[in-house]
Ligand binder design. Sequence first.
Ligand SMILES: Cc1cc2nc3c(=O)[nH]c(=O)nc-3n(C[C@H](O)[C@H](O)[C@H](O)COP(=O)(O)O)c2cc1C
Length: 346
Amino acid sequence: MTWIEDLADRADAVLPDYVAAYYRSNAGDGSCDREGIADWNAFRLRPSVLHDASAQDMTTEVLGTQVAAPVLVAPMAQQVGARPEGEVLTAQGAAKAGTLLGVSTNTGARFDDIAAQGAPWWYQVYVARNREATRLLVERAASAGARALILTVDTTPIGREIPAVDPRNWPAGPRKNRTANLTAAELERFGSDTDMALDLTPDTIGWLAEVSGLPVLCKGVLTARDARRCVDGGAEGIIVSTHGGRRLGNSVTSAYALPEILAEVGSEVEVHVDSGIRGGAQAAVAVALGARAVHVGRPVMWGLAADGAEGVADVLARYQAEFATTLRQMGIGSVRDLRPSDVVVR
Ligand SMILES: Cc1cc2nc3c(=O)[nH]c(=O)nc-3n(C[C@H](O)[C@H](O)[C@H](O)COP(=O)(O)O)c2cc1C
């Protein structure tokens, strides 16, 4: 059993069954999640010898923000299901680890309280059917200090068709879990039109940039053609993602999609990646291929559930330590020296 599997079991033991099941849930038969994890290990690293790797620099920049290592926290909904403070604790853990977190539209924590923890953060946008609701949220996130917007574009009705684990059916507080940054009067006014819009186009990217004054990354891209459409629409970053296998059960995996997307837009914008990255060695593969950073999802949520802010910090520290060890064993002293030729497909 890996330390992450062990952590997941500890999280399950303290969570209500429906919350634990929601965190683990996947689209379709779950093969995208399983194979998404396995595919990172289909890449093997090619260590090199006789280099001075005595000094190490793991720092990097993501859209101009310096982080301790290229390992960020993915935006995840329903963190208040893990701990009542939700992203406030996740932000504390990220701050301790010297990294940045994504904050989901469906957060039960207030932007100011998240920002007060000192970690840089990006606001993840699910565009609402009523665009006014999204405009208000994006303006509030920007004025609270969000440094970029993550526009999640894989919004075709997402998998997870199991009613029992759908947060809308949780016995406790589902609506509050996702709307802490709209007032009661606004919620009343928007009603079900805060639900996700399904009519996004590349124009949505420019609109969000204009409304917020922030750079926009598109998350959930899996083909070179779509990456091109996002960049032509004004995206300043792409996050290659299968939503942790929660979108389409038998879609291509992130490890499969990353190289073609890098080939298409990697010289123009930052390309990030998530889904199934279960350690610093896999993060090293992604960065060697050309990703600017990886984003970690469920392991952080399990750390939050099991041990609060300390758990989040510990998960990130383990990824960072394994990333540093991997580079040292490869004879590489700096993130900037990782190359695609350091990786081979088995
Ligand atoms: C419980 C849970 C909730 C999530 N909520 C969101 C969300 O609100 N917005 C979003 O863009 N992605 C969401 N994601 C996807 C993550 O941002 C990320 O893409 C995924 O978890 C990465 O895969 P991993 O869990 O294998 O690391 C969620 C993932 C999980 C597990």
